[in-house]
Write a new protein. Structure first.
Length: 53
């Protein structure tokens, strides 16, 4: 069962990375044409500073 889940997650990996890249680039928009996710998501969800832990 665990192998099956691992294989499925590995198969879905390229799609998720493409989705994340386009979301970070602000290419995913809502019906008004506003980006759903932009640089601020990357800024707030990655730790910056001398001690990221």
């Amino acid at each position: 069962m665990k192998k099956m889940i691992l294989l499925l997650s590995l198969a879905a990996w390229p799609a998720w990375t493409l989705f994340a890249q386009s979301a970070l680039a602000g290419q995913i928009t809502n019906e008004k044409g506003e980006p759903l996710a932009g640089a601020h998501v990357y800024e707030t969800h990655t730790r910056k500073g001398p001690n990221p832990m």
